[in-house]
Ligand binder design. Structure first.
Ligand SMILES: C[S@@+](CC[C@H](N)C(=O)[O-])C[C@H]1O[C@@H](n2cnc3c(N)ncnc32)[C@H](O)[C@@H]1O
Length: 360
């Protein structure tokens, strides 16, 4: 290892020296979630001083409209009480705090709500406790209670480990992480997959050299949420950077200090993400028994929920500088080429129930 290696890079290098190259999914899980050095375990990465900024941190309008969308689904399903309002990867708890403020206006909802957070980062759990002290925390979706489940996941699925395959003359070979000249680097498994029948058709048709990404952890979580919603009622919104259709292509990326970085350079010090394949996620939702809606572009979804009217109301009560900030945030969340088209929203509801609001 080079002398500038992060502690986690040295740990992974030792692992590779002892046992051989590790799967990319294991590398991602270690880089983000290693108990001592994992990226999310050691810091709050959000905001201008962090590595990236998310929609709830851009404006309170985002969490408020998500809250009202889930409130509408709750009322359409007969206002079940008690019910679980859950968030996966809640960051600083900002979205949930804004959502809770918005749903106070909905009769009976706050009295019936139990807040559940699925969060692995101790640092972010502390931040969440300050904003939403009444929440119950979980390490995984498996322990969410057997209740009607109204759930939001914003920029959660893109942090889950993916598996990559590269098409070669020999077939599809899995990408592992090994060592090259003292640095972590991708290597191909020597033995190809027996067949690619489980790949989406668009990936099976890819040329030599193409990369296929599969997200088994994401699919498993989407299927669990879906089967919970079928069993107990509820609805979910999954919002993330991603593509509408399954297609070959490499999307693994690292961000550090708001700049792109090499994903293998500084594990534990940079955020690692992969674009969400919404077609694969919708397939997993349908496998769990629920209906999937969209994906809609975030801009269209927020406009359908009334973000422009909400921005106008906030501007009426604001100073000139505040009003300019509200306008800028509105643009950032909804404009094409910004979060408005890069982010997509997938809706989940029981078959036969009303579709979540915002999917026009
Ligand atoms: C990119 S941040 C998004 C935070 C928040 N949703 C927002 O929009 O501001 C990802 C969040 O998911 C959490 N997270 C990442 N991997 C996780 C995992 N495997 N299980 C639970 N939480 C995880 C992180 O700690 C963090 O809270």
């Amino acid at each position: 290892m080079t002398s500038d290696a992060t502690p986690l890079a040295s740990h992974i290098a030792r692992l590779i020296e002892e046992t051989g190259p590790i799967p990319l999914s294991q590398y991602m899980a270690l880089a983000l979630g290693h108990a001592e050095h994992g990226y999310y375990m050691t810091r709050d990465p959000l905001g201008m001083r962090g590595d990236f900024i998310t929609a709830p941190e851009v404006s309170q309008m985002f969490g408020e409209l998500i809250g009202l969308c889930l409130a509408d689904a709750w009322m359409a399903q007969g206002a079940p009480a008690p019910f679980a309002l859950a968030e996966l990867g809640p960051g600083r708890g900002t979205l949930m705090a804004d959502a809770l403020r918005a749903i106070r206006a909905v009769s009976g909802m706050v009295d019936a709500v139990e807040i559940h957070f699925v969060e692995t980062s101790p640092v972010l759990r502390e931040a969440q406790k300050k904003r939403v002290p009444q929440a119950t925390w979980h390490d995984s979706v498996e322990t969410l209670p057997a209740r009607p489940l109204f759930l939001i996941a914003n920029e959660f699925f893109d942090a889950l480990p993916i598996v990559q395959y590269q098409r070669t003359e020999r077939g599809w070979c899995e990408r592992y992480i090994g060592l090259s000249e003292g640095r972590l680097a991708p290597v191909l498994a020597p033995i190809p997959l027996v067949n690619d029948k489980s790949f989406p058709a668009a990936m099976r048709a890819a040329p030599i050299g193409a990369i296929a990404e599969i997200a088994p952890a994401s699919a498993a979580i989407a299927e669990t949420i879906s089967s919970r919603i079928v069993a107990h009622g509820g609805a979910a919104l999954v919002i993330d950077y991603g593509h509408t259709r399954s297609a070959p292509g490499e999307t693994l990326q690292a961000l550090r200090g708001h700049e792109y970085a090499d994903p293998f350079d500084a594990p534990g010090e940079a955020d690692l993400t992969a674009h969400v394949d919404f077609e694969a996620l919708a397939r997993a939702v349908r496998a769990g028994g629920a209906a999937a809606y969209g994906p809609a572009e975030q801009g269209a979804f927020l406009r359908a929920l009334g973000i422009e009217a909400r921005a106008a109301t906030l501007c009426n009560q604001a100073t000139e500088i505040q009003a300019r900030n509200i306008e800028t945030s509105l643009q950032r969340l909804t404009a094409s080429g910004e979060m408005g088209s890069l982010f997509k929203v997938l809706g989940i509801a029981p078959r036969g129930a009303q579709a979540p609001a915002g999917f026009v």
